[in-house]
Write a protein that binds this ligand. Sequence first.
Ligand SMILES: [Zn+2]
Length: 289
Amino acid sequence: MSDRLPILNAMTVDVEDYFQVSAFDPYVCKSSWQERPGRVEANMDRILEMFNKFEIKCTFFTLGWIAMQYPSLVKRIVAEGHDLASHGWDHTMVTKLGRAEFEQDVSKSKEVLEQVSGTRVTGYRAPSYSFTKANDWAHAVLAEQGYLYSSSVAPIKHAFYGIPDAPRFSHERENGAILEIPITTTRLLGRNIPCGGGGWFRLYPYFISKWAIDRVTRSEGKSAIFYFHPWEIDPDQPRIDGIGSVARFRHFQNMKHMERRLLKLFGQYRWGTIPDVFGQEFGNTQISE
Ligand SMILES: [Zn+2]
């Protein structure tokens, strides 16, 4: 452990099942979710075991739907000392919601997560980083609902999401009531390149991800924010009928290497929850238990 870099980085997992990802939305009716063979519990068993082994505490952005379906999983996340946060109710992208619908989504998910876990939920991550310029009211809604931090902005150019000119590092919103903590990027040829996990971590060879994370954590002296999903360590998950070749490629690319790469990443950096790394920057409202 002594060879780890001193800076503390934030480890995060978006707790959702393989059939709930946004890319499969057109092919998977939400009403069919309950009949599909769930794999999130088994995958989370392995993730919690890995974190235990590496003594890592993590922020788990969890769907309200998952909390309702798997209450013991949510209780276990909290019992093992991790940070429980919201990933919305049923993974509807914020780009598809009006302000009133978003209010319902974030209040319902917070309420259910808090009821099931018996702990206060202060963090939120939008499904597929779907905070954009068009839904600029979203941070105000989070502040009204009692959230303290959000990790919902990707400061990159992407076909479906992203705010390319958003700040790359944590910044206050709503007069300091909300701390926004964007996904980690590095600068290359005048552009922000994502290097905080997800499909990119599987696409690039590990040494490229490491080079990019080192640029952020060593050269810029900033904490990295990394994210992955339980379904990304599960190459044997059932295939969804009818999905297009691009969505299939993005979902499954290099999945068989994922677990090995994660283990390297866990060992080479210091990781904690988002409140561990950024809690001192949280706004006006104090966390009270
Ligand atoms: Zn998600």
